[in-house]
Design a protein around this ligand. Structure first.
Ligand code: CUA
Length: 347
């Protein structure tokens, strides 16, 4: 059996290895900087691995020499520990080699920094603005016709940033309240968004997909939930995404849908129906939160869910389905029309 001290040491080492392995497993699903999915992240990862390899080599040589010397030249009965004073060759070696290493790392890093910081090159294919605010990122798309909304403003999205594959995108950062930091580990970065100051970085994804990011500057209670989802579309799909995103955004700012919403919320509807995100929380009738995505209404008595059927239903429910508990409220044509326009936005 080993002496107690060695057994304790072995126990501690085992615990550390288990902790390391389990934290690595936990990381496997999360963002991971050494899984580069774009040129910038790759530049950073390459540099990381070069330095990591050098560090492992130095560790092996230094510790190897230390252990070797400790055993070979140690003091023991009848043997005085060997003294190493005035070894000019050794001292020169362990001064010159580390100096050369530090200098080469500096040069390598400098070169990569040029590449990483080049947000103003002619190869930039798209420019978006990202604003950090407790606790959400808002992305503004370029002032191009395809991103233009009904009210003359341009498309903005929250938390999700949509780009095309293979496009170098400049992200211009700003912060509304406190300092935030933009970071999508597998794509590159990171950069602080500082109130009152303009900062920027560029991102590029090599493959279509979804990449997770995270605010990396502690910014208050909701910091851990201040996430970024980067969606890289194939070029051929991006147009369709933009059309749908603009349509969705338009529906929300369309004055007609606001009137319909207000009408709905001011009537008896809210006593029976729930629409998540509004004050309507009734439990007697069906939940209408996603009514526009349903196959039918009135328990399937009317299908599909479209303007015509919704209008018919709300005008006089018992006329469509005599067994329904929804009464005829004798709403005006205008009221029904407004409500229907709003219901059609509930997808
Ligand atoms: Cu925003 Cu942390």
């Amino acid at each position: 059996m080993f002496p107690v001290r060695i057994r304790v040491a072995l126990g501690v080492i085992t615990a550390l290895v288990i902790a390391l392995l389990s934290s690595t497993a936990a990381l496997a699903d999360g963002p991971w900087p050494n899984d580069p999915q774009g040129p910038q992240a790759k530049a950073i990862a390459d540099l990381y691995w070069i330095m990591f390899a050098a560090a492992v080599l130095v560790l092996a040589i230094v510790d190897g020499a230390l252990i070797y010397a400790g055993i070979k030249f140690r003091e023991r009965p009848g043997h005085v520990a060997k003294q190493f004073h005035g070894q000019n060759f050794l001292e020169l070696t362990w001064t010159v080699i580390p100096t050369l290493m530090v200098v080469s790392f500096s040069v390598l890093s400098w070169q990569k920094l040029d590449f990483i910081n080049n947000t103003r090159g002619g190869d930039v294919g798209m420019v978006v603005q990202a604003q950090g605010q407790q606790w959400q990122w808002t992305f503004s798309y370029p002032h191009e016709d395809r991103f233009k909304l009904l009210d003359g403003s341009y498309l903005q999205t929250s938390e999700e940033l949509h780009i095309t594959v293979g496009t170098k995108v400049r992200v211009e950062l700003s912060a509304k309240d406190v300092i935030h930091s933009f970071w999508i580990p597998s794509i590159g970065g990171k950069k602080d968004a500082v109130p009152g100051r303009a900062t920027e970085l560029w991102i590029q994804a090599d493959k279509p997909g979804t990449y997770k990011g995270q605010c990396l500057e502690f910014c208050g209670d909701g910091h851990a939930d201040m996430l970024i989802t980067l969606v890289a579309h194939p070029v051929s799909d991006y147009g369709a995404w933009a059309v749908q995103a603009v349509k969705d955004a338009n529906r929300l700012i369309d004055p007609l849908t606001k009137v319909g919403r207000d009408t709905f919320l001011s009537l008896a509807c809210v006593g029976c129906h729930t629409v998540k995100g509004t004050t309507a929380g009734g439990k007697i009738g069906p939940d209408l939160t996603h009514i526009a995505s349903q196959k039918g209404i009135a328990g399937g008595a009317l299908a599909p869910v479209n303007e015509e059927n919704l209008t018919r239903w709300i005008h006089n429910p018992p006329a469509v389905k005599p067994t329904t508990t929804m009464p005829n409220y004798n709403l005006s044509d205008q009221q029904v029309h407004d409500i229907v326009q709003w219901l059609l936005t509930l997808k």
